[in-house]
Design a protein around this ligand. Structure first.
Ligand code: SF4
Length: 280
């Protein structure tokens, strides 16, 4: 049985919050560079260059890459032979968010009550999902999820008879309607199957897969490639200024579902696709 101390989780989460906001991941930077070579629009190229410069400035000057520093979402894989001492895992993660957003001078973007709209002033609570796994490790996957892209995300309970064409049409419609409002170029996360809440979770979870990494199932991987091409034919382009880089990638996760159902969720991520991973 491995023992992990509360304070170690707090420190690690705080560090991840700061790094996620200051240092855009290598996968996203590589995708920007690749898109710069293929983008057909001059304006699109200019916007991509500005996004690369923006990310460079954030890293070098230790400032956030965007004013919207996001909602912290954590997917935690908790080994069943791992024991946490000193307090609850939820409290440790929220203390880490509180410390990271304070120490990193990151904007606090969470309101306590969706109707009263009073800021909690420390960016807590985060959204925390815990999955029990084998082993004695604690792995934390975190993202600082931008509000604009989250707002343009969508979920639909399709009918089984809608089939694969219905799924493709729906995903393209969500991206088309989002237009510039989700701050493209996007990473498009898709969940197919499960039930109402599970397909939304799958769509979110898919966004943690690095850009460029295709699904292990070849049929799903082919669907990702096909949809990626179709999305980039929509013409929305970087920051909605027109062009051939509407998405940097699309990720799809698929799970079993009820015979009467075909749930599909599309979770959009903006160009500030911030995710960090740590294992304790
Ligand atoms: S959606 Fe993303 S890029 Fe747009 S304002 Fe929010 S964090 Fe920034």
């Amino acid at each position: 049985m491995k023992v992990i101390h509360y304070e170690d989780i707090v420190e690690k989460v705080a560090e991840m919050c700061i790094e996620a906001n200051y240092d855009l991941g290598e996968d996203v930077m590589n995708a920007f560079q690749a898109a710069l070579k293929t983008e057909q629009s001059e304006t699109g190229k200019e916007v991509l260059s500005q996004l690369i410069e923006n990310a460079d400035i954030a890293t070098k000057q230790r400032v956030p890459m965007c004013q919207d520093t996001g909602t912290v979402v954590c997917i935690v894989e908790l080994g069943q032979d791992c024991h946490i001492t000193g307090g609850s895992l939820y409290d440790a993660i929220n203390d880490g968010i509180r410390k990271g957003y304070g120490d990193g001078y990151l904007r606090n973007s969470i309101v306590k009550d969706p109707l009263e709209r009073k800021n909690t002033d420390d960016n807590t609570p985060g959204i925390i999902h815990i999955e029990m796994v084998e082993g004695d490790q604690l792995s934390i996957h975190m993202t600082a999820k931008g509000g604009g892209a989250e707002n343009m995300s969508d979920l639909k309970m399709l009918k089984p008879s809608d089939g694969i064409q219905g799924i493709k049409d729906y995903i393209l419609d969500v991206v088309r309607v989002a237009g510039p409002n989700a701050c493209p170029p996007l990473v498009v996360g898709v969940g197919i199957g499960g039930n109402f809440e599970r397909c939304a979770y799958l769509a979110k979870k898919s966004l943690f897969r690095p850009i460029g990494e295709r699904h292990k199932d070849l049929e799903v991987a082919d669907l990702e490639v096909e949809l990626m091409e179709e999305i980039n034919r929509l013409g929305i382009g970087p920051q909605g200024m027109g062009g051939t880089t509407t998405a940097l990638d699309i990720k799809i996760e698929v799970e079993a579902c009820h015979i009467a159902a075909l749930p599909v969720a599309v979770n959009l991520n903006c160009h500030a696709s911030r995710h960090k991973e740590a294992t304790l």
